[in-house]
Every structure is written in C-alpha cells, then in structure tokens.
Design a protein around this ligand. Structure first.
Ligand SMILES: Nc1nc2c(ncn2[C@@H]2O[C@H](COP(=O)(O)OP(=O)(O)OP(=O)(O)O)[C@@H](O)[C@H]2O)c(=O)[nH]1
Ligand SMILES: [Mg+2]
Length: 458
C-alpha cells in the first residue's frame, strides 16, 4: 500500500451493486478543479460550502452521463481535512464506474482501502483510536456494538487516556527536574507521593485493560452451547430462541446428531447458539460422532445452557452431563414446565449454576427470563459495567499491556531508591506505548496495517 497525501483520490463510497443512489468521493488539492471540469450545474453554478448543487456529470465530450447532486466540503472542514467533493449519482454500477473513470482521466487516483480515513488521521481530524472506531462502526452487527463504536469515534477512549497520560507526563517532568537540579533547592514532590500517583495511573490502566474481556465479547460475541441428555428439549429450545423451526425435533432420544449454530442478538451481544447431540453412551458409530462434536463445542463455549427435562428425575444421564459442565459458566434450564414435574434438582447443582430458569420450549414461556439470565451470567463472568468506557481492539489492549509493563518496571526501580534516570527510561517507554493507541507515536508500518483493513472509499 502506498498512501500519498499529494494526489487527489477518488472512490465509490457506497456498497457495490445496484441501489437508489451511489456516492462517489473525491478528495485532495485538485478535487474541486476535477469535479468542476465534468460538472454542469442546472441553476446557479456557485460552489457554496456544504450545499448540494443539482446538475449533470459529463463525459469527456461534454455529454451528460447522469444527473447528479454535488456537494463541496472545503478543507479543513471536511472528513479528510482536505477539499472534498461528494457526488451522488443514480445507483447504477455502470454510471458510477464511468464517473470515476472520468475523474481518473483528469488525473485523480483510485483510492486505496481506508485512504480517506488515513488522510483524516494525518490531517488531525481524528486520532488513531477514532479512526479505528470508524471501521468498528461500519462493521458492527448489533445496535450495542454500534453504540460502543460511536462512543469511541466520538473520542471516549482517547478522553479516558488523556488524564492518565497527562499525569505521567507531569511526574516525568518532576523527575527530570530533580535530576537536572540535584544541587539546587527546587520545590519538588516527594518520591513517595509520585510513586502513589504512578500507581494510581497503573490501576486506571488496569481497569481499562480488564474492560477488554467484555469488549471482546461485544465485538466478537459469545458461544453458547445447549447441552443436556437426549430428549431434554435442546433442539426445541434452540428453535424457540432463534425464532425459527431451524432444527428437527422428535420424541425419539438421539434425534440431533450434527451440531447446528445460529446467532441471536442478546441485547446487543451476538450470541452464537449451538444445538448439539444429547450426551449419553452412544448407540452406534454415528451417534458417537455426534456426541464427540457436542463435547468439542462444549469446550469452546463461554456459557452452557444445561437443559433438564422436568418430567424425568435427575438421573444418571444428567449426572454424567453435569460432570462435564460443572466447572463452566452454566445456566440451568428446567424445560417442559407445561407438563407435571417429577424433577428434583440436587441442591449442589443448582448452587453451582449462575442461574436457574424454568421454561417451556414448546410453548415459548419464560424465554425472556432465560435471555436475561444468560446475559447476566456473561456480564457477571466478565465483571464489567456495560456503561463504562470499554476497549474492543486487541491492538489497544497490547498497547496498554506494554504501557503497564514499563510503568511497573519504573515504579519498582524508583521505589527501590534508584536514581531518576533509570525509571525515567521506563516511564518514557510507557508514554510511547500509550501514545500508540491514539497514534501520536505509532510507526508507519503499523498505521498501514490498520488502514489497509478498511474498505475502499472510507
Ligand atoms: N410438553 C413439552 N414438550 C417438549 C418441550 N420441549 C421439548 N418437548 C418435546 O420433547 C421431545 C424432544 O425434544 P427435542 O427438542 O427434540 O429434544 P433434544 O434434547 O433436542 O433431543 P435429542 O436431539 O434427541 O438429544 C419432543 O417431542 C418435543 O416436542 C416442552 O417445553 N414441553
Ligand atoms: Mg435435538
């Protein structure tokens, strides 16, 4: 990838294919000049900032290609910080391509993936964490993911980091001063006080680091395995939760053999439900494979829905399943509540589970309770407030880890009474790692890697 700020770039910004409207974006020094050469306004041809102009986009002979709306965003008050022109044409891939080709003929370059946002970053319109949030927002699959990304785009991560960074800088200055004016009588904070402030900064970073465990779940979702003995009603529950007759249900134990997955939106968290074969001593080779697969998914799952059939006592088969899931984060689902019950759940089982919910998969009762218990089990497992600032990027997590490593090394040597210059080295490194999150101190190749995962036109 070769980004260059000198040239004027062009790309289609809307998804490929037919639609009502396609948007073509043009950004750079010559954006206005190029667009002007191919545009004939219908009324007043005045290019007023951010006001759409109706007119025709012309081919190289001056013949109209399409009626378009053209909007001019003069830099620096534009997405990229440069002169930017947006042309909305009819949503035909052919028309849009001709439009782009026309601009390329004039000297515009086809934009690389993420190049518009890269320029926005370069021109100080947003920091790196915000630029990454642009991608997060585009890729979000649930409303909650979008909310988190929108907050990050608005600068929530950077705002949380700023006071921590400022504090480290302040302490660094104090230490530098102490080092430089050893002989002089300068008013400086005590070593003990500085150490305390550094530890506070470290704790704040630790909190942020921990938020990743939930942030990752928001981003990638969780896997939920529906596990239990044959005929407990796992497939019925699966169908009820995905709101579809997705898998086969019969009264014959051992109906499900293959594992089937489907993703549901659990208040914003994508939850991948897996319906698996009932676990028991397999009757034949096929069932054996099915049970093996159940166990594999069980291992991968973050949460287990341990399904019991309340018309049967808690028997040997249930104990067998329990042995496999007892160490896991389990929600106990007592199914078939519409039928008379003969089930007594052993107290130790109920106690070890995060929650117990009685449902009828057949009649669809208490499924909302089940969904909230499931969500609660996940949030409790990750001890995170849904409202606080949260990091969702593994890159940010690594930067914070590195920052803390240097910070702690510095705290350690400073605490041991070493001369300032040793811990100062670590604290400078800590600041550098912290700066990588927002892009103040990020190496060129890392930047390229980040922006190359964007889509073209963004
Ligand atoms: N009355 C009643 N019947 C249910 C309920 N849930 C499931 N069943 C019935 O129980 C039988 C087994 O249901 P499945 O959903 O196939 O059970 P399973 O756990 O997937 O069974 P395997 O795939 O064989 O392990 C079917 O006849 C369902 O109609 C329920 O809540 N109430
Ligand atoms: Mg089944």
């Amino acid at each position: 990838m070769t980004y260059s700020g000198d040239r004027t770039i062009v790309a289609i910004a809307t998804p490929p294919g037919q639609g009502a409207i396609t948007l073509v974006r043009l950004s750079g020094l010559q954006a206005k000049e190029f667009a002007n050469q191919r545009f004939r306004a219908r009324g007043q041809p005045d290019w007023i900032a951010r006001r759409p102009l109706l007119g025709y986009f012309l081919d190289c002979h001056g013949n109209p290609l399409d009626q378009v709306l053209l909007t001019f965003f003069p830099g620096p008050a534009s997405y990229t910080g440069e002169d930017l022109v947006e042309i909305s044409c009819h949503g035909s891939p052919v028309v849009a391509r001709q439009l782009v080709e026309g601009l390329v003929e004039l000297g515009a370059h086809l934009a690389e993936p993420g190049e518009f946002t890269w320029r926005a970053f370069l021109n100080g319109k947003m920091d790196l964490a915000q630029a990454e949030a642009v991608r997060g927002l585009i890729e979000s699959q649930t409303a909650f993911q979008a909310k988190v990304a929108a907050e990050q785009l608005e600068g929530k991560v950077s705002r949380t980091l700023k006071p921590i960074k400022d504090e480290i800088v302040r302490i660094l200055c104090q230490m530098e001063t102490a080092l430089e004016f050893v002989e002089d009588e300068v008013e400086l904070q005590e070593r003990g006080e500085l150490l305390e402030a550094l530890q506070t900064a470290d704790r704040q970073l630790e909190q942020l680091e921990e938020s990743f465990s939930f942030g990752r779940i928001v981003q990638e979702g969780i896997m939920v395995s529906i596990t239990g003995k044959p005929n407990a009603g796992k497939s019925s529950l699966f169908n009820a939760l995905v709101l579809d007759d997705r898998v086969i249900v019969t009264d014959v134990p051992g109906t499900t053999l293959d594992a089937v997955t489907e993703t549901i939106d659990l208040e914003g968290i994508p939850a991948r439900l897996v319906d698996t074969a009932g676990i028991r001593e397999a009757k034949d080779a096929l069932e054996k494979l099915g049970v093996q697969k159940s166990l594999e998914y069980l291992r991968q799952a973050e949460v287990v829905l341990f399904v019991l059939d309340q018309t049967t006592p808690f028997g040997e088969e249930d104990f067998r399943v329990w042995d496999l899931v007892r160490e896991r984060c389990c929600v106990l689902v007592i199914n078939k509540e519409d039928l008379p019950g003969r089930l007594q759940v052993p107290p130790e089982v109920e106690k070890a589970c995060a929650a117990t919910v009685r449902v009828s998969a057949l009649e669809g009762t208490h499924l909302q309770e089940l969904r909230s218990s499931l969500l609660k089990a996940v949030t409790r497992e990750h001890r995170i407030e849904r409202e606080g600032v949260m990091i969702t990027s593994i890159r940010h997590k690594h930067c914070i880890e590195a920052t803390r490593k240097f910070l702690q090394a510095g705290i350690e040597s400073y605490g041991r009474g070493m001369s300032e210059e040793f811990p100062l080295y670590d604290f400078r490194k800590a600041l550098e790692s912290l700066g990588q999150i927002t892009g103040e101190t990020t190496a060129e190749d890392i930047l390229e890697e980040i922006f190359s995962t964007f889509c073209i036109g963004k």
